[in-house]
Design a protein around this ligand. Structure first.
Ligand SMILES: [Zn+2]
Length: 445
């Protein structure tokens, strides 16, 4: 925490950081950050672009039913839903995909996310990567692999897609987008979960990502009922299966990992797997990822670099400020200990730890010389901050996405005073609405 400081940028890089009393370096231009909290660009490693989906939710909750994530999880319902989502991207036209992706990505950039990890979207990877470049933000782009489906109570799986075709999609994606010359885009192939993937698909994921040395991702041990469903079919849990197939490595991003045995946990820690969670999303779905096992809070307490993320939904359900708020509040509550996830650690879960999860820890995630100049300026010049001594805590507890004022990616201002620099926000939304309506008419609900 540096009160009254300066940051010197040269091109896309942070060159120096100093206190207001230290000698100022020479510069051409300044951006005045008076009344602002200057934070590293937020990194959201786990997100799904899903804004093409129609929303039938009733505002009075009269349609309320348990979600497939609630009450221990319904693996059959999830497999069916994720399998369908994995096919949507190929059914959008290039123009539809890009217009939908631009609006969807904008909601993340607007809330201070400078780098996103796509964990599999209802969109095409090309449209996602092009939209990110259009907006000037970073993206690890994905294609969701999902080739099998496990019915509740089944002892064998149904095959629903060709693993070789999905592996070929991953290879095309990596060839085109990994280490992209824009400096903004990389690849991160993913599978929905061990319950949606055959051994062939998982082996293809392992081998491709090894040859490209890129991260890969999956939901791993997220629900109480997953282990039994997998044991009945494969004789192993999700973590045991990934271990047996050689996928537990430091390039694996494992999400919502909460239901693990002591032995499985030891393997995850020994192999350096990155664990990520989405603390602000669980309550609305009825998932018990934080409080039932308290695993993620215990890992944070013990200093492991567990990242926070928003996850994806069919509407905007919050950005990284809300995710980091939930990390701060929920883990301290669950463990009855305010030292488990104080504000500075909550910020790490959405910056440095999250950059590590995307394999970009040398590039982004903190404000220090040599790193890319990704910065978020938060407006703290109002009544909420007039008393108190901890502006970061006040932002996390009483602020939110809309308080993000300026966003800088690689030294370029991409959000100024809350507005998109590259596009008119109304035009972005109109293009999205037209594209979503035409896609829904063709694909169906
Ligand atoms: Zn997810």
């Amino acid at each position: 925490m540096l009160p009254r400081s300066w940051i010197l940028l040269r091109g896309d890089v942070i060159e120096a950081v100093g206190h207001a009393d230290s000698p100022e370096p020479a510069y051409d231009r300044t951006l005045n950050a008076d009344g602002k909290l200057v934070l590293p660009g937020f990194v959201n490693p786990h997100w799904h672009e899903s804004f093409v989906a129609p929303n039938f939710e009733q505002p009075d909750d009269s349609d309320l039913q348990p979600t497939p994530y609630a009450r221990g999880g319904n693996i059959e319902a999830l497999g069916s839903m994720f399998g369908f989502i994995a096919t949507v991207g190929d059914r959008l036209t290039a123009e539809e995909g890009r217009a939908i992706a631009r609006w969807s990505l904008w909601t993340q950039l607007r809330s201070g996310t400078t780098a996103l990890g796509d964990l599999g979207s209802s969109n095409h990877p090309d449209a996602m990567a092009e939209a990110a470049i259009d907006l000037g933000m970073r993206l690890r782009v994905s294609r969701w692999g999902s080739d099998i489906y496990i019915r509740n109570g089944a002892t064998c799986f149904d095959r629903v897609a060709d693993p070789a075709a999905q592996a070929a999609d991953w290879e095309r994606l990596l060839e085109k987008w990994d280490n992209h010359p824009s400096g903004l885009i990389g690849g991160m192939p993913s599978v929905t979960g061990a319950f949606g993937s055959s051994d062939e698909l998982l082996i293809a994921l392992r081998d491709l990502c090894k040859s490209y040395q890129c991260p890969y991702a999956t939901h791993l041990a997220p629900l109480k009922h997953e282990a039994d469903a997998l044991r009945a079919v494969f004789g192993m849990t999700a973590i045991e299966r990934l271990d047996a197939l050689g996928l537990l490595t430091p390039r694996l991003l494992a999400v919502h990992t909460a239901y693990v045995s002591d032995r499985e946990l030891q393997r995850l820690l020994d192999t350096g797997v990155n664990i990520c969670h989405s603390p602000a999303h669980y309550g609305m779905l009825g998932e018990a990822t934080i409080s039932e096992t308290k695993l993620i809070g215990r890992l944070l307490r013990d200093g492991y670099p567990i990242s926070s993320s928003t996850d994806g939904d069919i509407t905007y359900t919050g950005g990284m400020p809300e995710a980091m708020r939930a990390a701060h509040l929920c883990h301290n509550e669950a463990l009855n200990d305010n030292t488990v996830c104080p504000p500075t650690r909550a910020l790490l879960t959405g910056t440095r730890y999250a950059a590590k999860a995307l394999g970009w820890e040398h590039k982004i995630g903190s404000i220090e010389p040599g790193k890319q100049a990704d910065l978020v300026l938060v407006d703290i010049d109002d009544w909420r901050y007039r008393i108190g001594n901890h502006p970061l805590r006040t932002f996390l507890v009483a602020g939110g996405s809309k308080d993000v004022h300026t966003v800088i990616v690689a030294g370029r201002v991409v959000v100024a005073a809350g507005h998109c620099v590259a596009f008119d926000e109304e035009a972005l939304f109109r293009d999205y609405a037209v594209a979503a309506a035409s896609a829904r008419q063709r694909i169906g609900a």
